[in-house]
Write a protein that binds this ligand. Structure first.
Ligand code: ZN
Length: 504
């Protein structure tokens, strides 16, 4: 680790065209300290424009506002449009001596809100001294700011923080006379929280503009230890609803119990045959396609600070499903019971045998699994348990012809595979070394995040390697109420972006 803030060196270098990333970060840090009020004001203004993907009027207002922000920071901006899609904000800035092009991906739409659950209006940004859950008090949005204070508002963490951080990094570089060493492109999507339904078409239609040496996805939470982390991949996603059947109408449990099949028992038994309480999936072939972790990936996981005890305490978990650390557990494919339903409990419970029982089951895929392969394996397993599979409500004939019936409805989107970049990719090596130098603590390298993003589409269409550089605090409540961004994470993001732009 290098010492971060060598002020005399930084001042000396302000007249030099190309500074190295550590010195750039030091200078940008100085710039930030004298511009905190402006940065916070810019952020609050951006957060006050509602950004739910279906709200196309306000999405356009965001697009206009962000375009102006990027233009002020020296970028050429255009909106990429498709019929029936929200606009992608595409911006670029050439650097005179650059030999490489970096694409930064950010999304400017946010999750829908339920204002009743929020401590204050999700579209009126508020500064608080801490999380609402920790008794954080509202304070004036006026410098000087404590770096542990947080700004609250929808998309503060997911994913508007990178927008204001990137704008600030570009302004800081311009005002301190440091020239980026890489051509910069920016791709800002406004349908990410709606499942990116037009991403593939958008990439295919505008492919000629989108070539780059690396796509850097700036989304998601940073490590729970608050150390910086570079993430190399995401898991894929797929899922299905499963219903099994008993009698064609509810039956009296006294008159017909022990004789009529109970669908709740059939369902729990079938689920138990597929997945254990240890998380292991017993479906034949479920792990067959899995790409093993490389030595480098295993070493990176072993080097990360263990968070399991803290997380378990924080989440009220007495015993995790596995003795493996969480970073390792999420490199495996998973089957998750999303929900289960039949009959009623408590005061609504009746002494009846229900006609059916349903479960919703989610899958997380890892490289090199395919949704099609897993679907076939799971259906084969269910068939082997004696079930006839249908995708509709069973007919009278089916009930007579098959002793057991299972209705399966796979997610209509067809699911998507995982993505994991190679640790040895030269640009990944360069960026990770740079971030490691820059931080006062060792960088955490994470082979995959547990969640899913359709990164495979970018690889599929553009054949460009992808890395994920999350900047938001892990406890930002993304997707929930009282979403927030901790100021130190914003300050760090500005330095990180400035360093990447001058060090690639
Ligand atoms: Zn996001």
């Amino acid at each position: 680790m290098l010492v971060r803030y060598l002020l005399p060196v930084a001042l000396f270098l302000s007249c030099v065209a190309h500074a190295d990333p550590v010195q750039t970060a030091a200078q940008v840090n100085q710039w930030r300290q004298s511009h905190e009020q402006q940065i916070v004001d810019d952020f609050a203004e951006l957060l006050s424009i509602p950004n739910v993907a279906s709200d196309t009027v306000n999405i356009r207002r965001n697009a206009g506002h962000i375009s102006t922000m990027l233009q002020k920071a020296g970028m050429n901006v255009e909106l990429l449009e498709l019929e029936d899609s929200n606009p992608v904000i595409f911006a670029q800035r050439q650097a005179p001596a650059a030999t490489r092009t970096l694409m930064i991906y950010i999304h400017y739409d946010g999750q829908p809100v339920n204002p009743e659950n929020w401590a204050s209006d999700p579209w009126v940004p508020v500064m608080r001294t801490d999380m609402v859950e920790n008794g954080g008090k509202a304070v004036a949005m006026k410098a000087p700011f404590d770096p542990n204070w947080r700004i609250f508002g929808r998309s503060a963490g997911d994913d508007k923080a990178p927008i204001v951080a990137l704008q600030s990094a570009l302004l800081a570089l311009a005002e301190t006379g440091i020239e980026p060493t890489v051509n910069l492109k920016v791709f800002m999507e406004a349908e990410e929280e709606a499942g990116s339904p037009n991403l593939r078409r958008m990439l295919e239609t505008h492919k000629d503009k989108l070539d780059a040496d690396l796509w850097l996805f700036c989304d998601g939470p940073a490590h729970q230890s608050r150390r910086w982390q570079l993430v190399y991949g995401v898991r894929g996603s797929y899922g299905f609803d499963l219903t099994v059947y008993g009698p064609n109408r509810p039956l009296h449990s006294g008159h017909y119990g022990n004789w009529a099949p109970n669908p709740i028992m059939l369902l729990t038994d079938l689920i138990g045959s597929m997945r254990g309480t240890n998380g292991h999936v017993y479906v034949d072939g479920f792990y067959e396609q899995v790409r093993p972790l490389s030595d480098h990936e295993q070493a990176a996981i072993a080097a990360a600070p263990p968070m399991d005890k803290l997380l378990a305490t924080d989440m009220g978990i007495g015993l995790p499903e596995t003795t493996d650390r969480i970073e390792l557990a999420i490199t495996r494919p998973a089957m998750n019971l999303r929900g289960i339903s039949s009959g009623d409990v408590g005061g609504q419970a009746r002494n009846a045998i229900q006609p059916s029982a349903s479960a919703s089951i989610g899958l997380r895929l890892v490289p090199d699994q395919t949704p099609e392969f897993l679907r076939a394996a799971i259906e084969k397993h269910i068939t082997a348990q004696g079930y006839h599979i249908t995708d509709n409500e069973p007919t009278r004939e089916q009930r007579q012809n098959y002793p057991r019936l299972a209705r399966i409805n796979w997610s209509k989107s067809g699911g998507y595979p995982a993505y994991r970049a190679d640790f040895d990719n030269p640009l990944a090596v360069k960026i990770s070394a740079m971030l490691d130098d820059l931080s006062d603590r060792t960088l955490i390298q994470t082979p995959t995040m547990g969640g899913s993003l359709p990164l495979y589409i970018v690889e599929d269409v553009l054949s460009t390697p992808i890395l994920i550089l999350p900047v938001a605090n892990h406890d930002n409540n993304q997707h929930g109420a009282n979403e927030n961004l901790r100021l130190q994470n914003l300050w760090d993001a500005i330095e990180i972006y400035a360093a990447v732009l001058t060090g690639l």
